[in-house]
Design a protein around this ligand. Structure first.
Ligand code: ATP
Ligand code: MG
Length: 712
């Protein structure tokens, strides 16, 4: 223990030894916040003799929790570590003990987004809603948003029984309300809790059942929260209630690393901690132990472009290293080959694969990297999410292609009812028995029985037609056209479009682009393409310890690696094309800051002019320029005209974002220097102007978006 403490600097030591009361550690990336928190836990247990069962430690990801536990075990030995987990995992444990207060069984189920989607799909089918005017994802979002924000929802929902809900559904006239009620009914009937519910139910019990509250307040003597800048209001409330009796709440965070504000976390909570608790002690750490001065300098310069921030000191402790390396390429292939080359060079120089991480902004970007690593036989692990060819929509698409070649039973079962063609278990069973009896494939069994009464009222003709028609033209068509044809005819394109999940759409777009590329190769045909894809999809999934790590930036939060690659640094990808306001751009920049500050020794940045995709811009990311060109080493210089155009594009986009940020909405009240106060009546997007009724004027006025108003 003494050894552990001697390794800390005086500020960290103070964070560890100020065990009582409200304490906040505010400090930049890599300054040893998590290390201090871990040491504090060990100090509480081994010096103060606190039982781990009385300490609640909240981390942001399961990975971070596991890493923390491993560090603690290495110090404390094989102890029971109590509650060290994400807030959701803690709530699950809490609810296992307490949910009986709400009439739920201990073995309630936890619904992930996939389950929610399926539930809603069933509801739509029951209500015979065709998803023309409303999209699936939007509805899911609406349902979840409504649940989050409807005042009294949670108490109303908890108190109402499934039977009562059913009566409400019968009386409900509004379709959207009905969807919402049915969703709640399904949840209630199955005792299912989604991720928000875990938080909501916990809070509800703590607020409404004094006995339960007292028991937990008494039990939890110390609360410690890592990555506090991304904690939501409700999560904060849980931490406050649990620390209400013993009043020991320790929080650490970095406001420059807030990357979930869209999920309802507010950096305000972190910054206002001392207002809430005037006795709170704030500790600031300024030494960065993680990264070389070169990495730190460019990261600091990047984040200094954010307006909404509190500048802070951050000094590198490590010795000098090399400047971050930046590679501009013209094609995805060039980019990923450069990544693989660089990895192999690092290994030759003595690095082990597990020292290397490849980070990306969006999951679809992992495909190119995965393929090159497979080709070069470089072991890798995808640490966040599912590897590209394992993703549901990609498996569906591949199965449709297989229905044009092998027509195997697995591909058949995957596609026959996606989108829904009213082929349920019984009909599948019928086909299976027929196929077994006649020793034929399920597909042939379907063909032989297509006119049978069994399939009356189903939509199998569309399926058969899609496959047979596309199959006929395989020989004369390009691979990407074949793909489009079978997906369009079968209704899969429409199905996925209705789903409107951006990740899925991106993944399919990425797959299509891959097919387009393959189509350009004269040696490639549908069969060779499929066997290549099968190879990528069937990797052995054994946990490989010595492997390159692939993960999204969000999943990399709090972690560090000797060598970090950040891919896809182009406008429209990172920053994402979906950014609509200057504020959202600042969040995007914080995501880049999190990415860059994961690196200890060297950072590798790359981009490929938008991957040749028509709808993406071809410019290097603004974050490259924000980080300061003088802070980077260019593998080859950016062509002058490209740089000029890129800067122009960035300038224009910045203006667009500022405009959108300040945009007013119908009903907003404003004050104008000459016309006085008025109300926005209409927004005339075509002419970039507002139609305004000023209180003292009789007629309305049109004024430019850029006109100067004061918002009231
Ligand atoms: P982030 O903001 O990214 O979560 P952090 O502030 O939590 O970063 P840590 O992960 O705790 O930082 O520490 C970063 C690195 O610095 C780790 O490798 C850690 O072991 C090392 N470190 C922290 N404090 C010290 C210290 N006093 N002496 C030497 N190394 C330290
Ligand atoms: Mg940390």
């Amino acid at each position: 223990m003494n050894d552990l403490l001697s390794k800390l600097n005086p500020e960290q030591l103070s964070a560890v030894q100020t065990t009582e009361g409200y304490v906040r550690v505010m400090a930049g990336a890599g300054t040893g916040k998590t290390k201090a928190l871990t040491a504090r836990y060990c100090y509480l247990v081994s010096e103060l003799g606190i039982s781990p069962a009385n300490i609640l430690t909240v981390t942001f990801t399961n990975r971070a929790a596991n890493e923390m536990k491993a560090r603690m075990r290495s110090i404390l030995g094989d102890a029971d570590l109590g509650f060290i987990s994400t807030i959701h995992a803690f709530c699950t444990r809490f609810l296992k003990e307490e949910i009986h207060h709400l009439g739920y069984p201990k073995n309630f189920i936890i619904l992930d987004t996939e389950d929610e989607r399926e539930m809603l799909q069933r509801i739509f089918a029951d209500m015979k809603i065709t998803l023309r005017d409303t999209t699936m994802q939007r509805t899911i979002d609406q349902v979840l948003e409504a649940k989050k924000f409807t005042p009294g929802y949670i108490s109303g929902f908890i108190q109402i029984s499934a039977e009562e809900l059913q009566q409400c559904i019968e009386k409900e006239k509004d379709k959207n309300n009905e969807i919402f009620l049915r969703y709640l009914y399904e949840q209630k009937k199955n005792y299912g809790l989604d991720f928000n519910d875990l938080i909501n139910f916990t809070l509800y019990i703590l607020e409404n059942f004094p006995d339960a509250r007292e028991k937990w307040e008494k039990r939890i003597e110390y609360v410690m929260v890592d990555e506090f800048q991304d904690v939501s209001e409700k999560q904060y409330k849980i931490a406050r209630i649990l620390s209400g009796k013993h009043k020991n709440l320790f929080i650490v965070g970095d406001s420059d690393q807030t990357i979930y504000s869209w999920r309802g976390s507010h950096v305000r909570l972190f910054l206002d901690f001392d207002k809430k608790y005037p006795s709170a002690k704030t500790i600031v750490l300024t030494e960065n132990y993680r990264s070389t001065p070169q990495i730190l300098r460019m990261s600091n310069e990047l984040i200094s472009h954010n307006v909404l921030r509190f500048p802070k000191e951050l000094n590198a402790v490590r010795p000098n290293g090399a400047k971050p390396l930046y590679f501009h390429s013209k094609s995805p292939k060039d980019e990923t080959e450069w990544i693989a080359d660089s990895i192999q060079t690092l290994v030759k120089q003595g690095a082990v694969l597990s020292d290397i991480a490849v980070l990306y902004r969006s999951h679809f970007l992992s495909r190119g990297v995965e393929e090159i690593l497979i080709q070069r036989k470089i072991p890798y692990r995808v640490l966040s999410g599912v590897s590209f060819y394992e993703r549901r929509e990609i498996k569906d698409v591949v199965a449709y292609l297989r229905m044009l070649t092998t027509q195997d039973d697995i591909a058949f079962l995957r596609t026959i009812n996606v989108p829904s063609r009213k082929i349920g278990k019984k009909k599948i069973q019928f086909l299976k028995e027929y196929a077994n009896a006649n020793r034929i494939s399920l597909w042939n069994a379907l063909l032989e029985n297509q006119d049978s009464a069994v399939f009356k009222g189903t939509n199998i003709q569309n399926y058969i037609h899609a496959i047979n028609t596309t199959k006929k033209s395989i020989a004369d068509k390009k691979l990407d056209d074949i793909l489009d044809e079978v997906l369009d005819l079968s209704g899969y394109t429409e199905f996925i479009r209705m789903d409107a999940d951006q990740d899925r759409l991106d993944n399919i777009a990425e797959f299509k682009q891959n097919a387009e590329l393959a189509a350009k190769d004269p040696d490639e045909n549908l069969e060779t393409f499929l066997s290549r894809v099968a190879l990528y999809g069937n990797l052995d999934k054994e946990e490989r310890k010595n492997a390159v790590k692939l993960l999204s930036i969000h999943a990399a939060k709090g972690l560090e690696f000797r060598f970090v690659f950040v891919t896809g640094l182009e406008e429209g990808v990172f920053p994402s094309a979906q950014i609509e306001t200057a504020e959202e751009m600042e969040e995007e920049r914080r995501i880049a800051y999190v990415a860059f500050t994961r690196a200890k020794e060297r950072l590798f940045l790359s981009e490929n002019e938008g991957g040749g995709s028509a709808n993406l811009s071809k410019f290097p990311s603004r974050f490259i320029f924000d980080a300061g060109e003088h802070n980077l080493e260019f593998v080859r210089p950016l062509p002058d005209d490209l740089k000029k155009k890129a800067l122009q594009h960035i300038q224009q986009d910045t203006e667009r974002l500022e405009l959108l940020q300040n945009l007013l909405f119908v009903g907003d009240r404003i004050r104008h220097a000459v016309f006085g106060e008025g109300t926005i009546l209409e927004i005339d997007a075509k002419n970039s102007s507002y139609v305004i009724q000023f209180d003292k004027l009789e007629t309305t006025r049109n004024l430019q978006f850029t006109a100067k108003f004061e918002r009231l």
